[in-house]
Design a protein around this ligand. Structure first.
Ligand code: SAH
Ligand code: SF4
Ligand code: F3S
Length: 448
């Protein structure tokens, strides 16, 4: 039998990107060939996100578009992995007859076995078991099936124990479980040996990494810091209640720990925070921000906000605007509340009309953009250090990130910049875009 080709399409958060990368690696090691064109692949896998209703719609509509391919070639295998797979499970298989395979996030490491089962035995396969929480999980050390990237993401824990009332994550990713420090360090060393300069640790509720295992995030950061050749460390996502003094004090002390932190506040109203079960008040959140800025004055902060949670009044919303004004985040991810079946908030009746949600979203978007523009404006004429991560499709323009996680486009690209940390003189800021030239290099813009 000739080798089968595979394509994985990814939706959702960095954790899904990481899982897709891992599945791609495991499948290529297992003899499948990567096919860059989704429509041409023998096996099409869609790694999905369930966080908002819209995220699920995208998946269902893509599945609809793929039906003619399956009609044309019944041997084609179509699978859904990730959070929609976990949430809908059997009902997704029932609803989409041309779907062959459905599995959840905890079965990523079994992807080859699951795909083989469909390919070799022609069976429809469903696998939605979630691992038990509160303990360590072991994951075979990363086997490089591609060159190391300048900046790598690494999932260090799975699941979430918080159950914020609007959120589907604990239902689709299960309870918290953490990978042991020694395994993580081995992966990081492997990446660094291949040229990686920056690592970002991933977890939905990363501050409680190590729960039930005796290890902590602060300990992991310290040990990672000692790895020679690694230059930058980041982690996401922190929860304001779980971000402890040990972690706060590391900012400004550990030079490889980037002075930037993502700390979602969701709402500035204590009433809404309570209804969301976020377990902190507005003042407690602002106190954490104060402490972070005391530990590291230059720290760049980013956040997530939900507008239009059930029962959110104009007054509640103004309190959210007030927090945005006060903190002046470097980046804010702003969402309209989307009811998720099975969550506690789903049953709440005081739904906010769509037009009001839209209005509120537009207001915070405008505010956030103005703040980002102001911050970027202050960068004009300065020199920033960027880790050059990638080059555009035409091979003309590099992009990189500063320690503050600011994306910078570099216009005078040379052939061997990728993977280096270089000085960039900022010459142009336009909205949220920052552009510049490598310092000391000719300012000639290459054209195709
Ligand atoms: N674990 C992280 C991120 C969770 S998902 C955290 O605790 O912050 C990323 C963001 O999506 C959340 O921070 C929240 O702002 C948003 N989100 C989650 N559920 C949502 C929902 N039902 N409707 C709208 N936005 C939601
Ligand atoms: Fe969802 Fe809350 Fe857990 Fe974040 S902390 S993943 S918002 S339940
Ligand atoms: Fe989406 Fe699942 Fe991530 S719901 S945000 S892909 S954890």
């Amino acid at each position: 039998m000739s080798q089968r080709s595979i394509h994985i399409k990814t939706f959702g958060c960095q954790m899904n990107v990481y899982d897709s990368d891992r599945m791609g690696g495991l499948l290529t090691l297992g003899g499948y060939l990567w096919e860059p064109d989704l429509r041409k692949a023998d096996v099409i896998l869609i790694n999905t996100c369930s966080i908002r209703d819209k995220s699920e719609h995208k998946v269902l509509s893509l599945l609809g578009q793929l039906k003619p391919l399956k009609d044309e070639n019944p041997k084609k295998v179509i699978g859904v992995s990730g959070c929609v797979g976990q949430r809908l499970g059997r009902s997704l298989l029932q609803r989409v007859p041309h779907l062959d395979l459905v599995f959840g996030p905890d079965s990523v490491d079994r992807v080859k076995e699951l795909v083989d089962e469909v390919v070799l035995n022609g069976r429809r396969v469903l696998e939605t078991k979630l691992e038990e929480g509160g303990r360590a999980y072991s994951q075979p050390t990363h086997v490089p099936t591609r060159p190391s990237r300048p900046a790598e993401y690494l999932t260090i824990m799975k699941g979430c124990d918080h159950f914020c009332t609007y959120c589907i994550v604990p239902f689709v990713r299960g309870r918290e479980k953490s990978r042991p420090i020694h395994e993580i360090l081995e992966d990081v060393r492997g990446f660094v040996a291949g040229g990686t300069k920056e690592v970002t640790f991933l977890g939905q509720n990363i501050n409680t990494y190590g729960k039930g295992t005796g290890e902590t995030l602060a300990e992991l950061i310290e040990k990672t810091h000692a790895i020679p050749g690694l230059e930058r460390i980041r982690y996401v996502t922190s929860h304001p209640r779980d971000l402890g003094e040990d972690l706060i004090s590391q900012f400004g002390k550990l030079e490889k720990l980037c002075p930037s932190l993502h700390l979602p506040f969701q709402s500035g109203s204590d009433r809404i925070l309570k209804a969301m079960s976020r377990l902190y008040t507005r003042d407690e959140y602002l106190l954490k921000i104060e402490k972070l800025r005391a530990a590291c004055p230059a720290i760049a902060l980013s956040t997530d906000v939900i507008v239009g949670f059930p029962g959110e009044t104009d007054e509640d919303f103004e309190k959210t605007v007030e927090v945005l004004n006060r903190v002046e985040f470097s980046m804010a991810f702003l969402f309209k509340y989307s009811p998720r079946p099975g969550t506690r908030a789903f049953a709440l009746s005081e739904e906010i009309p769509e037009v009001v949600k839209e209005e509120r979203l537009a207001r915070v978007q405008q505010l956030s953009l103005r703040q980002i523009e102001r911050e970027n404006g202050r960068l004009l004429g300065t020199t920033v250090q960027c880790l050059v991560e990638s080059i555009d499709k035409k091979g003309l323009c590099y992009s990189g990130r500063t320690v503050h996680n600011k994306l910078v486009h570099v216009l005078n690209s040379g052939p061997s910049c990728q993977g280096k940390i270089l000085d960039v003189e900022v010459t142009e800021t336009n909205g949220s875009n920052v552009k510049g030239y490598f310092a000391g290099a000719p300012r000639v813009v290459r054209t195709a």
